[in-house]
Design a protein around this ligand. Structure first.
Ligand SMILES: Cc1cc2nc3c(=O)[nH]c(=O)nc-3n(C[C@H](O)[C@H](O)[C@H](O)COP(=O)(O)OP(=O)(O)OC[C@H]3O[C@@H](n4cnc5c(N)ncnc54)[C@H](O)[C@@H]3O)c2cc1C
Length: 407
């Protein structure tokens, strides 16, 4: 039987960074990173907007607030050190009505509490930054928001992990747990300590270890529409004021690392976890679970799930999605937005006791295993400090002193 001192399940940006950090802290230990796909980064970490958020959406007591400002800085240092591309284009947040102006104030308040640089701009000042935006009296500008190419960054981080001595096992699916071992599609693996960063399947893996008892993942699909306008048609990212009662930021204009604009992502509830298309990766048990959870939330959610789901589903209709974005800036026309991009799916955690969507990152663990639940946005931005936090927590639980695995 194969063995590992640390087995990390799931090679997205979090799994890769956790495995790298574990190996850095314990150079003599064997660290194995299991990935069910043929290569790392094929799910959320390779399908996100690539935005390095600044950290002003989150309440000051949250893990998201704690890691975003630092993560933004650390990811920028990383891409610069590696010579990878970055677009330091910043971001404008605009209000579209009086109610959203109050939301803008709240974002400014949260940003100040979180130590994030934000500028409150008049209409004239905002138009100097982005002549196409539609402004109601004032806007917020975040100079530290930037965009990177997620696939490029993932390739580099995977190479770093391997250079340090992390063993990556592609096409190896975690199946179940036995005492002291995990069962994978490539056989059994004896493990000293298990870290679960399995994204859309993190709640299922966690339940095998006695965690995630009150949580279930409800997947939400993010569709993107690419602009056919030339690079530079937008100078900065343009976002609406989000409904802070739910964890999604609303349809916005993202300027990619090569200067092109894309609209999205949507937040459409999925019928199964990896429902990127109409039938691929279908599992009946996941359909039943998603339908059951959605029905429960439709009837008895602690927030307006019905309104959210119905509005989001309308965004499958391209002209509706374009119209939403057109409320943010001038010249956004259906004819320029015909190409759908690669969708991404958020591993959104539902608190089944409270019937709410969990807003913050959520982690659980003990001296044998550790589980990263709800690694939703801005998990990409936060990956480096978040992974360090995971390793600190493992040490706190005494996991790093677990007896070495016996093969
Ligand atoms: C549409 C969208 C847009 C986003 N935009 C942004 C953004 O602009 N900025 C930002 O900061 N964040 C953004 N995010 C969030 C960010 O992408 C995630 O927080 C981050 O990628 C999560 O990384 P992860 O490693 O936890 O998950 P993933 O990248 O999903 O990795 C989990 C891995 O686990 C593997 N796995 C699952 N089950 C098993 C198993 N049984 N055995 C072995 N392997 C398994 C999967 O194949 C997968 O590779 C966005 C997310 C989405 C979906």
């Amino acid at each position: 039987m194969n063995s590992a001192d640390f087995a990390v399940i799931g090679a997205g940006v979090l799994g890769v960074n956790v495995a790298t950090e574990l190996k850095r802290r314990h150079p003599g230990a064997s660290v194995v990173l299991l990935e069910k796909e043929a290569q790392p980064g094929l799910h959320a970490s390779g399908r996100n907007s690539g935005v390095l958020h600044a950290g002003f959406y989150y309440t000051a007591d949250s893990l998201k607030a704690r890691f975003t400002r630092q993560g933004n800085q650390r990811m920028k240092e990383y891409v610069e050190a590696k010579g990878l591309r970055i677009n330091r284009c910043g971001k404008l947040v605009v209000a579209r009505d009086e109610r959203e102006l109050e939301g803008l104030e709240e974002l400014l308040r949260r940003g100040t509490l979180n130590g994030v640089t934000l500028q409150e701009l008049s209409e004239a000042e905002a138009l100097k930054i982005e002549p196409r935006i539609k402004v109601l009296r004032k806007a917020l500008f975040s100079p530290n928001t930037a965009t990177v190419d997620p696939a490029e960054v993932m390739r580099s981080m995977v190479a770093d992990a391997q250079a340090l001595g992390v063993t990556i096992l592609p096409s190896t699916r975690y199946l179940s747990r036995r005492t002291g071992t995990i069962v994978t599609s490539a056989g059994e693996l004896a493990c000293g300590y298990v870290v679960n960063t399995a994204g859309l399947y993190a709640d299922q893996v966690a339940r095998d270890f006695g965690f995630s008892q009150r949580y279930r993942i409800l997947p939400f699909k993010g569709l993107y529409l690419y602009s056919s306008e030339p690079a530079g048609a937008f100078r900065t990212n343009v976002y609406p004021v989000p409904n802070l009662k739910n964890p999604f930021l609303g349809v916005h204009v993202t300027v990619t690392v090569d200067g092109h604009a894309k609209l999205g992502p949507t937040a459409i509830p999925c019928l199964w976890r990896e429902q990127y298309g109409w039938s691929g990766n279908f599992h009946f048990s996941e359909l039943a679970e998603a339908l059951g959870m959605s029905a429960n939330l439709f009837l008895r959610a602690g927030f307006d799930f019905r309104g959210l789901a119905l509005e989001e589903m309308r965004k499958y209709y391209r002209p509706h999605l374009v119209t939403q974005a057109a409320s943010l800036a001038t010249g956004i026309k259906t004819d320029d937005y015909v190409r759908w991009g690669k969708p991404g799916i958020r591993a959104q955690l539902v608190d089944t006791a409270k019937r709410t969507l969990v807003q913050d990152f959520c982690v659980e663990g003990d001296d044998k295993s550790f589980h990263v639940l709800n690694a939703v946005s801005p998990g990409w931005t936060c990956a480096i400090p978040f992974a360090e936090h995971v390793c600190n927590e493992i040490e706190r639980f005494g996991g790093a002193t677990a007896p070495p695995a016996q093969g």
